[in-house]
Structures are given as structure tokens and as C-alpha cells.
Design a protein around this ligand. Structure first.
Ligand code: NAD
Ligand code: DAU
Length: 332
């Protein structure tokens, strides 16, 4: 049994990880989450109180972070401002949380010699051409495009520097696009599912040719637990499940799974600086640590995700009007 501190544990991937840990290990979890617009305490409902403590707070609050690090064996750091479109609208919170927040955790890890796993994104590598035969590996040079991805890249580099200069016991993972339950409806897949549930036509940026490499959030969680358990300190691992799909194909699949016509969507204004394609080569994680994804049927995973949003309207309904008003103001 270990005592884990999970930052951002009320967000999409963090809450999926907390559920995964409670169900698959005997670890005790403390969640540190600011509950920004993206955090939802209800995402942790139903989990046993004797295994889970929730602390509302900010990862840039050094005294609070210090107090929490004093009592845990390991930290898994998910907390971030995570949405590219928001970072184009107002980058400042991305610098505060993603850069200063990660710095604050690294200083505490250094003080207490705490094992830290830093969660990052494949977007730090920039994008690929549609016909590029290569995929991202741990050796791909950093080349981020957006305010969001540049702050994530900055946070990764801070972790690497604290490992090398101060001997902090850290690992990093860079994962591709996640889907599954508890994802904020600003994001592509839940936005389109909840649009259809509200009789709003799905919105595709530009031509919809952009490709994302989808992985179920539960597979991301099992990969992170594997790295926490068996990963070599100082190393970076790419997490992906060979799930490349164009946005157009994903929208059409959502429409078909929800019994709508395949062309019942709108093309809207493209995202500024829109990355064309992400693709992960996760050979290192699979061969060195023996990890495998469990969700290999994207249509099946998507159908289960659609069912989750259908059955949990109370979880997302209050955010829908403001989310769509934000997009409408951008012509999206
Ligand atoms: P999310 O936006 O759903 O959740 C972020 C959580 O962090 C929220 O609960 C929010 O309240 C919390 N938070 C934000 N600022 C905070 C602060 N200053 N202090 C404490 N808590 C704060 O994000 P997500 O999609 O779950 O992403 C989680 C992590 O995974 C991020 O680091 C992101 O970069 C990374 N990631 C995401 C994806 C993806 O597809 N969503 C893929 C790869 C990596
Ligand atoms: O690759 C990992 C990243 O995946 C994470 O680091 C980010 O935190 C996460 O938000 C996600 O970033 P993307 O920008 O790829 O995800 P998003 O859901 O915003 O958009 C996915 C694709 O869909 C992208 O090409 C933009 C497009 N899109 C998005 C929305 C919201 C649309 O076509 N229509 C939409 O309404």
C-alpha cells in the first residue's frame, strides 16, 4: 500500500486515474485540485472515504503543497490548464498552473525526496504531416505550437532539469488524445455527443482532416500505474494505443452511433495554428515495461462513452450553455 497524492484528480484524466487506482490497487489517494471550471468534485462520487481524501487547493500554493508532500510516498501530477482553444483566448492561467505549478511541485519533491510522475502530452512534439511515415518517439525534438502545448513543454523541461540538477526522482509520460467518461464538454468528442443530445449539429474545425491518436482514459491510467511501479527514474515514456483517426471520421462515427445521418454536421472556423496530426510510437513502454492497452475497439469505447453522457446529463448540463456561447463568439 502506498499513499499517493494526485494533483488535478477532479479533472477528466485525473478522476479516471483515481477510479482506476481505487479499483485496482490498495493505495490510499489524496487529491489536490483547485476545482477550476474544468474540475468537478462529482467525478469522484461513490469512491470510499477511507481510501480517498479531497483537498481543494492550488498547486501554486507552496505552503499547502509542502504540507501535502510531507505525508505521501508518491505524487502523480495531472493538474493543468488543458484546453488549446482556451489558451488561444487567454494564455495567462496556462503559465501560472502549468509552469509555476509544476515548479512548485518540483521544489517540494526536491525537499522531501518524493517520487514524482509528471503527466504530459504528445503535443510537445508539434505536429506531423498526414503522409509522414514517422510517429513521435521519446527522441522527437520538442516543437510545440500553441500556448497550451508550449507551457506543457516548459513543464517537461523543468522536470528534466530538476532530475539532472537536483536528483529529483521523477518520470514523465507524454500521452495522446484521451476519450472516455468525465471529460469536459469543451473537448471535441463530448462536445459533439452533447450537441447531438441537444439537437445541435456537431461542429468540425476547418475541413476535419486533422488526425488525433485516440486512447481510452482507462488505458492511460494503467500505463501511468505501470510507469509508477516499474519506470526507470529520469526516463520519459510515450503512451498511445495506435488509435489514429481523422476528426471527420470521428464525427461521422458519433453521428452513426447516435442514429443520425452521416452528414448532419457543420464545418466551422478553423483553430489558429491547428496541429495537423499526432501519432505515438509507444514501443518503449510496451517492450521495456510490458504495458498493453485494453481498449482496442474504438467504436465500442465510443459507444460506451456516448451512453455515459446520455446517462449522466446532470454531470454536464450546467456547463453546456456557457461552453457553446464561448465557441459561438469565436465562430466555432
Ligand atoms: P482537465 O482540464 O479535465 O482537468 C484539469 C484538472 O486540474 C481540473 O480538475 C482542474 O480543476 C485542475 N487544476 C487546474 N489548475 C489547477 C491548479 N492551479 N491547482 C490545482 N488544480 C488545478 O484536464 P485533463 O484533460 O484531465 O488533463 C489532465 C492532464 O493530462 C494535463 O496535464 C494534460 O496536459 C494531460 N494530458 C491530457 C490529454 C487529453 O487528451 N485530455 C492527453 C495527454 C495529456
Ligand atoms: O494530444 C493530447 C492533447 O489532446 C491534450 O494534451 C490536450 O489537453 C487535449 O485537450 C487534446 O488536445 P486537442 O486540441 O487535440 O483536443 P480537442 O478535443 O480540443 O480537439 C481535438 C480535435 O478536434 C482538434 O483537431 C480540434 C478539433 N475540434 C475540436 C472541437 C472542440 C473540432 O473539430 N471541433 C470542435 O468542436
Amino acid at each position: 500500500m502506498a499513499r499517493l497524492l494526485v494533483t488535478g484528480g477532479a479533472g477528466f484524466i485525473g478522476s479516471n486515474f483515481v477510479h482506476h487506482v481505487i479499483e485496482n490497487t490498495d493505495h490510499h489517494v489524496t487529491v489536490l485540485d483547485k476545482l477550476t471550471y474544468a474540475g468537478n468534485r462529482a467525478s469522484l462520487d461513490g469512491l470510499p472515504g477511507e481510501r480517498l481524501v479531497f483537498v481543494r487547493g492550488d498547486i501554486t500554493d507552496a505552503p499547502l503543497v509542502d504540507e501535502l508532500f510531507a505525508d505521501v510516498d508518491a505524487v502523480v501530477h495531472y493538474a493543468a490548464e488543458s484546453h488549446n482553444d482556451n489558451s488561444l483566448d487567454n494564455p495567462r492561467p496556462f503559465l501560472d498552473t502549468n509552469i509555476v505549478g509544476t515548479y512548485t511541485l518540483l521544489e517540494a519533491a526536491r525537499k522531501y525526496d518524493t517520487r514524482l510522475h509528471h503527466i504530459s502530452t504528445d503535443e510537445v512534439y508539434g505536429d506531423l504531416e498526414l503522409d509522414d511515415p514517422e510517429r513521435f518517439t521519446e527522441n522527437t525534438p520538442y516543437n510545440p505550437s500553441s500556448p497550451y502545448s508550449s507551457t506543457k513543454a516548459g513543464s517537461d523541461l523543468l522536470v528534466r532539469a530538476w532530475v539532472r540538477s537536483f536528483g529529483v526522482r521523477a518520470t514523465i509520460s507524454n500521452c495522446s488524445n484521451n476519450y472516455g467518461p468525465y471529460q469536459h464538454i469543451e473537448k471535441f468528442i463530448p462536445r459533439q455527443i452533447t450537441n447531438v443530445l441537444r439537437d445541435i449539429r456537431p461542429k468540425l474545425y476547418g475541413k476535419g482532416e486533422n488526425v488525433r491518436d485516440w486512447i481510452h482514459a482507462d488505458d492511460h491510467s494503467s500505463a501511468v500505474l505501470t510507469i509508477l511501479d516499474k519506470g526507470a527514474l529520469g526516463e520519459t515514456y510515450l503512451i498511445g494505443a495506435d488509435g489514429e483517426k481523422s476528426n471527420k471520421d470521428v464525427v461521422e462515427l458519433i453521428l452513426s452511433l447516435m442514429d443520425r445521418g452521416a452528414d448532419e454536421y457543420d464545418h466551422v472556423a478553423d483553430r489558429a495554428g491547428h496541429d495537423m496530426r499526432y501519432a505515438i510510437d509507444s514501443t518503449k513502454l510496451r517492450t521495456e515495461l510490458g504495458w498493453q492497452p485494453r481498449f482496442r475497439d474504438f467504436a465500442g469505447g465510443l459507444a460506451a462513452t456516448i451512453a455515459w453522457y446520455r446517462e449522466n446529463e446532470s454531470w454536464w448540463a450546467s456547463a453546456k450553455a456557457a461552453t457553446e456561447a464561448f465557441y459561438a463568439s469565436k465562430g466555432q
